[in-house]
Design a protein around this ligand. Structure first.
Ligand SMILES: [Mn+2]
Length: 316
């Protein structure tokens, strides 16, 4: 029988000389008492025995250095070597639009489950296991799900997900049950090839393709969901959006007139463009002050992730 006092003394013994650092202790850290650490090891072994879902990662790349420093440096990509064979990484370079890059990736994908992500996403250790858990939940909740993603918004403008976003910090918190949303952010999109969905080649450049995919899914009776699989979006925080964004806004609005208002994680697309107008005014002032970027991407996402973990302990 283990009394509370006994447990406490075991904890203290386990910490030994590093008692002063206990505030930073969390699953997976070196400071865990041996008893708990052993339990976690056992749980990890059990997890590893479960067959990993085969998954294709598709990334549209326009900057090799950013890709290498972020996505390719992700611990999640380098662990569980036995299972790595079940992950296919498709680096899509030299395309003029996300739709073109990703539709081609869909054709090339050897697996049904495809994750589309930005080159500046950093996937922490355990990310694939978490993805698998969330997708399993989703399969139970709605077997005909259309698109999933790490951050999304409802039509009422409520955001769901769990991500680090530059200039904002950690958005959302960990949750287990996928949340229905109207649209998903392009940072991470998940879908099954067998759904037959495609990105709209009419969308030039790299904007609105996530929201468009969600509405394409809806048009086929499939819903979109935000899942909680924490990742770091190590991007620049843009205070002023490029002209292509506004071109895509026009195309998107014309295409989905019957669905308005559409809340994307970035902007609200509405009949009278209220959000767009307000944004334009803010951008005009920012241009005047010469302040186009609010925060530049971190050079070392691993360090950024460690800092986030100490500020927001629930991030994995
Ligand atoms: Mn990005």
């Amino acid at each position: 029988m283990t009394s509370k006092a006994n447990m406490a003394s075991r904890l203290l013994r386990g910490f030994g000389g590093t008692l002063g650092t206990h505030k930073t202790a969390r699953p997976g850290s070196d400071f865990l008492p041996t008893a708990i650490s052993k339990q976690l090891d056992e749980r990890r072994t059990m997890k590893e025995e479960r067959p990993a879902a085969a998954v294709t990662l598709a990334v549209a790349v326009n900057n090799q250095a950013v890709l290498e420093a972020n996505l390719l440096a992700s611990p999640a990509l380098h662990e569980n070597p036995g299972q790595r064979a079940k992950r296919e990484l498709l680096i899509q370079e030299g395309y003029s639009s996300a739709a073109e890059a990703y539709n081609q990736a869909i054709e090339r994908s050897p697996y049904d489950l495809i994750v589309f992500l930005h080159q500046d996403i950093y996937l922490p250790s355990g990310w694939f296991e978490r993805l698998q858990f969330c997708i399993a939940r989703l399969e139970k909740q709605d077997p005909a799900w259309g698109v999933a993603g790490c951050w999304g918004a409802t039509r009422d403008g409520v955001g769901f997900g769990h991500v680090y976003s530059p200039g904002v910090g950690v958005l959302g918190e960990r949750f287990d049950q996928p949340q229905p949303v109207q649209t998903l952010d392009e940072i991470v999109l998940v879908m099954k090839r067998s759904r037959g969905l495609r990105f709209d080649p009419g969308l030039d450049h790299f904007h609105f393709y996530g929201a468009d995919l969600c509405l394409e899914a809806k048009a086929r009776g499939l819903r979109s969901y935000a899942i909680s699989a924490f990742c770091v979006h190590n991007g620049n925080y843009q205070l002023v959006l490029p002209p292509e964004f506004y071109q895509a806004y026009g195309y998107f609005k014309g295409k989905w007139r019957a669905e308005l208002p559409v809340q994307t994680p970035c902007i609200r697309v509405s009949r009278f463009d209220r959000d767009l107008r307000e944004r334009r005014v803010r951008e005009w002032f920012r241009r005047l002050r010469g302040r186009m970027i609010g925060q530049f991407r971190a050079e070392n996402p691993a360090l950024l992730y460690e800092q986030l973990r100490s500020q927001w302990p629930a991030t994995q």
